[in-house]
Design a protein around this ligand. Structure first.
Ligand SMILES: C[C@H](O)[C@H](O)CC(=O)C(=O)O
Ligand code: MG
Length: 400
């Protein structure tokens, strides 16, 4: 099998959008959902956009599924948030760097995808797409070698993942066995001193419910300014906030540097879910922007780039705790000592039960039990596409 993996070539690359919501675009939820309930965002300063992230188009992209088929018929796949524009980039531009090539040329393929898109890429959508292709390649390699991706990455450094939960109900997450709960921040600078007090009251009430030892964190989703973030951190410290996440816009490296210097000792600063590539993370590390880096494996450049980001972070004494990204994160985190725990985003609308993070897209997606997750030895990333989810291939084949 190993010899076959070395000689296998890529026969075809296919890109699909997904008919239903959810999946890799976990913000694409219908009806009431805590994830879209008056969350503080950079758009909240504009009337009409404060109550719902869907109102300003957070869910417009949808999920992209990339399938890569080897010449023996084995298929690997990867997913990200990129939808139809992502499918176009895969089929019309990037497939040329894959079809006909050995499956094992992962590093070269990554470099060619990145180098050939520099004139319109570097971050965001294009890196999401490159990530999905990269994840599909690692999945395919694992399937050909009949090994889980974590084994390809050097093997586990611990038996199981320790998980914290992101959602509106850390008190329920505590009952479900998670080590901590990360809450969305509900009020931003445009709601003034009253909003700041409401945030702190919410944290105080949650601390009261969960006791002293349960981790509590805040996700600010890029929505604050330095002054507000500093005041929030000062107020939150007395309630034992563990970290303040993504307080500022991702391009404000200078603000993150100053925030990290300004927050009370012991309160950690985290960011990085909207950052991409080793170059972006190098900025965060060299400028001393964060204690915890949170690349999303489906957005930062995939596993191939995450290996580099993680090594760089390790050398700087920073932790890497990937954002969301389900199995793609799990297979990496289990192999790295500077990734001591993992995130689980609560996808139940009331954050009151554990459902797979990429629901309904995957079959076999592992979920934490009592806040711990053991990865099966299934080849690749160990998941399949749910046959009941409709896939649409909008750009079939390459135009010359
Ligand atoms: C809760 C946050 O606003 C966002 O929806 C998810 C996120 O940033 C995270 O899990 O981290
Ligand atoms: Mg976050």
């Amino acid at each position: 099998m190993t010899a076959r993996a070395t000689t296998a070539r890529i026969a075809q690359v296919r890109a699909y959008t997904v008919g239903s919501g959810g999946g890799a675009d976990y913000h694409d939820q219908q009806g009431y959902h805590w994830i879209d309930d008056h969350i503080s965002t950079p758009m909240a300063r504009y009337p009409g956009y404060a109550d719902s992230r869907r109102s300003f188009g957070l869910n417009v992209l949808g999920t992209l599924v990339v399938q890569i088929e080897a010449d023996d018929g084995t298929v690997g796949f990867g997913v990200t948030t990129a939808g139809e524009p992502g499918a176009w980039i895969v089929e019309r531009h990037l497939s040329r760097f894959l079809e006909g090539r050995p499956v094992t040329e992962i590093e070269k393929i990554w470099d060619q995808m990145y180098a050939s898109t520099l004139f319109y890429g570097r971050k965001g959508l294009v890196l999401n797409v490159i990530s999905a292709i990269d994840l599909a390649l690692w999945d395919l390699l694992g399937r050909l070698r009949q090994e889980p991706v974590y084994a390809l990455l050097g093997g586990p450094v611990r038996d199981e993942l320790i998980m914290y939960a992101t959602g509106a109900r850390p008190d329920l997450a505590q009952q479900l066995g998670f080590v901590g709960g990360k809450m969305p921040l509900h009020h931003g600078p445009s709601e003034g001193a009253e909003g700041l007090r409401a945030n702190l009251a919410e944290l105080a009430a949650m601390r009261e419910k969960v006791g002293d030892d349960f981790w509590l964190m805040w996700d600010c989703w890029m929505s604050l300014d330095l002054d507000y973030a500093t005041r929030l951190a000062d107020g939150a410290h007395r309630y034992g906030l563990k970290w303040l996440e993504e307080a500022l816009p991702p391009d404000d490296y200078w603000g993150y540097r100053d925030l990290r210097r300004a927050v009370p000792r012991g309160l950690l600063v985290s960011t990085g879910e909207h950052e991409a590539t080793r170059y972006g993370f190098r900025m965060l590390l060299e400028m001393g922007c964060a204690d915890i880096l949170q690349p999303d494996v489906g957005w930062c450049g995939g596993i191939t780039e995450l290996i580099k980001i993680s090594a760089l972070a390790d050398a700087h004494g920073a932790l890497v705790v990937p954002h969301g990204s389900s199995v793609y994160s799990y297979h990496f985190v289990i192999t790295r000592t500077n990734s001591p725990f993992s995130e689980f985003i609560m996808m139940a609308p009331e954050a009151d039960e554990v459902v797979p993070m990429f629901t309904p897209l995957l079959v076999g997606e592992p979920v934490p039990v009592n806040g711990r997750l053991r990865l099966p030895e299934t080849p690749g990333f160990g998941v399949e596409l749910n046959p009941e989810v409709e896939l649409i291939r909008p750009y079939s084949g390459r135009e010359s």
